[in-house]
Design a protein around this ligand. Sequence first.
Ligand SMILES: [Zn+2]
Length: 302
Amino acid sequence: MILCADIGGSFIDFAAVRPGGKLEYRTAVPTPVNDLTAFVDALVELCRPWPGVPLHIAIAGVENPETGIVHAANIPCLKQASLGEFLQAKANRRVLIANDADCFALAEARFGVAKGHQNVFGIILGTGIGGGHILSGKIVTGLGGITGEWGHSPTVLPPPFMNCEPDHSNIVPLFKCGCGQAGCLDTIAGARALERLHLWAGGDVSDSRSILTAWEGGDLQAERTMTVYLSYVSAALAHVVNITGCTIIPVGGGLGNSKSLIAAIDRAVREKILYPTEAPLLIQATLGTEAGLLGAACLADV
Ligand SMILES: [Zn+2]
């Protein structure tokens, strides 16, 4: 058995995971985001009934494998903390930490829709966007602990020539991204980003679900927004497919609840990749909110 915690900016989702992926004793407590001692105490308390049982953590952040330092934008108290080392001593048990999107992808590869695939690139289309690359059942790890982050490099680019006179009314603005850059795909493809994109494209204030519903119903304004959205998202994912050779892309997150959105992105991606596949590559994920916990449980093997 492994104790698992899926830690976001609002809640710590906790469960004991049996071999085979059965969750028991699932519970949730608020995440103490501004107090490191309270944060560690919350986890120690959750683990207390099972002395010595390892704790695996999926977190909305990244652990640098060289330094052990965890950076999580929504959990400021972890700033510069060697969380694993600290927790291991406090909770008196083995602690492993991984990015939550990596855990999502690992879970879908082991137990979910991508079971049987050796090369899996899982994506989250949520408030923001994330991803994880799984090869032969293991998370691909790399530079600074960052892999699979297809949403964070500038994708919307300014006009390259100083002297050209672009028609600015048709150029997507360089929105500032939470990662510190501007023009990342995340500034277009997340749920909040889609709402802002809709406003820029001439639409009214609307939540992402309503925009998708209007688009599915053939609304011309929503169609205009989604044309921009689909062109950027599918171009980025076509790069992902060409580079990784992944044979399936499980899709999770709030926007991933829309089957028609997944189908539209999938069609656009398959039009842009070098190896044209008949079968869809983007498939709706199946594990829902359990994915982070289930992926964390598999970390011992990676
Ligand atoms: Zn970014």
